[in-house]
Design a protein around this ligand. Structure first.
Ligand code: HEC
Length: 86
């Protein structure tokens, strides 16, 4: 009984930890680091501060220029971009 509790407790801690890591490194960041560093460095992206509508317009402008962002990743990328606002 005690053992089962210990197993459950460590499982719970593991989930909390991996959840925390996922939050510290949002899904969109890896895509931005890769797709948005081809023509300018990511400082240009990270130093920008925009409303959600402006980020969406900027992202679409960059995609039109040739940024490789999968339509399925668009939401995650926008979520991450909106965390960059000061
Ligand atoms: C194909 C080349 C290319 C890629 C890939 C690219 N950009 Fe750009 N980016 C540009 C150019 C050229 C400019 C300057 C002219 C302009 O603003 O349209 C620019 C400017 C910017 C600016 C500053 C201007 C503004 O509107 O604030 C931001 C922010 C930006 N890019 C974000 C991104 C993001 C986010 C990505 C990835 C999704 C990305 N870029 C990928 C070419 C690119």
């Amino acid at each position: 009984m005690r053992k089962a509790f210990a197993v459950l407790l460590s499982l719970g801690m593991f989930c909390a930890l991996s959840g925390g890591l996922a939050l510290a490194q949002p899904a969109g960041k890896a895509i931005v680091d890769n797709a948005c560093s081809k023509c300018h460095n990511t400082k240009r992206v990270e130093s920008a501060s925009k409303s959600p509508a402006e980020w969406e317009a900027t992202l679409d402008r960059m995609i039109a220029k040739g940024a490789k962002v999968n339509p399925a990743d668009r939401e995650n990328v926008l979520k991450y971009l909106n965390t960059l606002n000061k």
